[in-house]
Design a protein around this ligand. Structure first.
Ligand SMILES: [Zn+2]
Length: 130
């Protein structure tokens, strides 16, 4: 239920990124605006996107709802688990790649970060060389 409204509320980072790129490609907005949109959406994927907790416990992977790639669920030990996984601080066999590629949600969020960073770079280049 909720339809488009609920979708927008949860996936606004994806929506602004796609709209930003389209608007920039259509010359509706300048590269400065696209840089801003890209940065905001990268933060969205890292800190706010609806995902599953990626923390690994003795019982296997924690499947609680979490927000953002870098943050775990409400369990204190799981907070910032994604960040730890990225740094590889645990010294486990699982590197950042496996931590972030565990399921489709994680993969699409990682992809979102990549697209966001890439469009920020392209927008910077556009801004500088125009
Ligand atoms: Zn967790």
């Amino acid at each position: 239920m909720g339809g488009l409204g609920a979708f927008l509320k949860k996936q606004w980072g994806v929506v602004i990124l796609v709209l930003g790129i389209l608007a920039w490609a259509a010359d509706v907005i300048g590269p400065q605006v696209l840089i801003l949109v890209a940065v905001v959406s990268v933060f969205y994927f890292l800190l706010a996107a609806p995902l599953r907790c990626i923390a690994l416990g003795r019982q296997g992977r924690c499947r609680n709802n979490a927000q953002g790639l870098l943050r775990g669920c409400w369990i204190r030990e799981h907070k910032w688990q994604g960040l730890k996984a990225l740094r590889g601080a645990e010294g486990e066999s699982q590197g950042p790649r496996t931590a972030l590629m565990q399921d489709r949600q994680q993969m699409s969020a990682s992809l979102g970060v990549a697209v966001g960073v890439l469009s920020a770079i392209v927008a910077c280049a556009d801004f500088i060389f125009k």
